[in-house]
Write a protein that binds this ligand. Structure first.
Ligand SMILES: NC(=O)C1=CN([C@@H]2O[C@H](COP(=O)(O)OP(=O)(O)OC[C@H]3O[C@@H](n4cnc5c(N)ncnc54)[C@H](OP(=O)(O)O)[C@@H]3O)[C@@H](O)[C@H]2O)C=CC1
Ligand SMILES: O=C1OC[C@@H](O)[C@H](O)[C@H]1O
Length: 389
């Protein structure tokens, strides 16, 4: 008896900046899954603002590879979505484009994996969900963290009930948006001139997507989504899919007025648990997740977008036995989410159970609520949470 060959998932990629480079590198270079149920990945098309950029993207990704790029290059997203050889499109554009780019792909009949945050507000998120559902297409927010070994371990431990009742979860993520320093990604000029509210004490470029209101910059949508998705991952299932109640404050960034420091308390009323998070693009701060239960404490360590270990302390006094779970992995970790999207698409499933579309809509609603309380509206919104039609 011969084994049946592994299926092949054929990817198209649009928006060829920093994260698309990491994603593409991971799916073709990182150690691939050996699970016979997980398809192999092939990049069959890349679409960019110019053909030259598409060419230099594949030159970079395939440099030193035994196999050359044999797919198609497109100088526009519209051309790429018409390619009949694509199974699924990965969207790596900035926040404010996720809605339009997702609809472009879905309306061309393509399944979609769209970068985080799913959309800039719940109105956009709901429309994306409705179009995917109406056309029977797969749609997933690229919450890559949820597919990493640490998240799989956390789910396993929680399902065993090791914490007793979870009463409180703390998850923060604070990193300075030093856009001319080491975490610089591609810079793009603002399409409008931006008001300079006051000088800031570090090298921050107001046109960069971290800070640019036209690109829905700010801490909440870029970094805050990570702690928020952890809180949802942990408490959402215990809350009967109901929205948590939110109380939030925002300190605006002095340079452009996007959210610079944002804190929220979330009350998961059905779960009878509280959760708190702070996110910032102004300073370097805590990036762990801690779960406090009646029978112990669970710490998820490492930047919480990509944790590499989980530590459980049993007992009711934080004095019990400590158990450390190593959850490290090879490569940059993006291929785990790609594996899941590929399994879904080739298996005929319309969403991933670990990142359901309605949960992305819920998180967009929560973030709208936080921005309403903090008074942060993007220039393209008629009011907070409502994009100009
Ligand atoms: N999962 C993760 O770990 C990470 C996720 N992200 C997410 O990925 C997305 C992109 O971030 P990142 O890769 O850092 O951004 P970059 O600025 O590096 O790249 C974005 C790309 O989008 C395209 N684009 C289309 N319209 C615009 C526009 N108006 N302004 C700028 N770029 C535009 C460009 O590609 P082209 O010219 O080819 O069309 C550009 O290269 C964001 O949603 C971000 O939150 C970012 C970093 C890490
Ligand atoms: O998603 C992200 O994770 C890594 C960060 O450096 C980046 O700003 C953010 O977009």
């Amino acid at each position: 008896m011969t084994d049946s060959p592994r299926k092949l998932c054929r990817w198209g990629i649009i928006g060829l900046g920093g994260i698309s480079t990491k994603f593409a590198t991971s799916i073709i270079r990182d150690n691939q899954s050996t699970d016979p149920e997980t398809p192999k990945h092939a990049i069959v098309a890349v679409g960019s603002s110019s053909l030259e950029k598409a060419q230099s993207f594949v030159d970079k990704i395939y440099k030193g590879r035994p196999e050359p790029f044999s797919g198609s290059l497109y100088g526009s997203y519209e051309d790429l979505v018409a390619d009949p050889n694509i199974d699924i499109i990965y969207i790596g554009t900035p926040h404010q484009r996720h809605h339009d780019d997702t609809l472009l792909c879905l309306r061309a009949g393509k399944h979609v994996l769209v970068e985080k945050p799913f959309a800039v507000n719940a109105q956009e998120a709901q429309e994306m969900a409705a179009v995917a559902e109406g056309r029977g297409l797969f749609l997933m927010e690229a919450l890559w963290t949820r597919y990493l070994p640490a998240a799989v371990k956390v789910r396993e431990l929680l399902d065993k009930g090791i914490l007793g009742d979870i009463r409180h979860v703390v998850a923060d993520l604070c990193r300075p948006a030093n856009t001319t320093g080491e975490n610089k990604s591609e810079k793009h000029l603002a399409r409008k001139s931006l008001p300079i509210i006051s000088p800031v004490p570090f090298n921050a470029d107001p046109a960069h997507r971290f800070l640019n209101p036209d690109l829905a910059g700010g801490a909440l949508l870029d970094l805050g989504i990570y702690p928020l998705q952890w809180l949802q991952f942990i408490l959402g299932p215990l809350n009967g899919d109901k929205d948590p109640q939110v109380s939030a404050h925002i300190e605006k960034h002095p340079l452009t007025g996007v959210d610079g420091v944002t804190s929220a308390v979330l009350h998961y009323t059905e779960a009878k648990a509280l959760a708190t998070f702070t996110t910032s693009i102004e300073y370097f701060g805590s990036d762990h997740v801690t779960l406090y239960g009646t029978q112990g404490v669970l710490r998820i360590l490492g930047p919480n977008w990509a944790p590499t270990s989980v530590v459980f302390t049993s007992g009711t006094n934080n004095d019990g036995k400590e158990e450390v779970f190593d959850c490290s992995y090879e490569g940059n970790g993006m291929r785990f989410e790609a594996d899941e999207a590929a399994r879904c698409v080739l298996g005929g499933r319309l969403e991933s159970l670990s990142a359901r579309v309605q949960e992305s809509v819920l998180m967009a609603r929560v973030m709208d609520g936080i921005r309403r309380q903090g008074g942060v509206k993007y220039p393209f919104e008629v009011e907070i949470g409502k994009t100009v039609p």
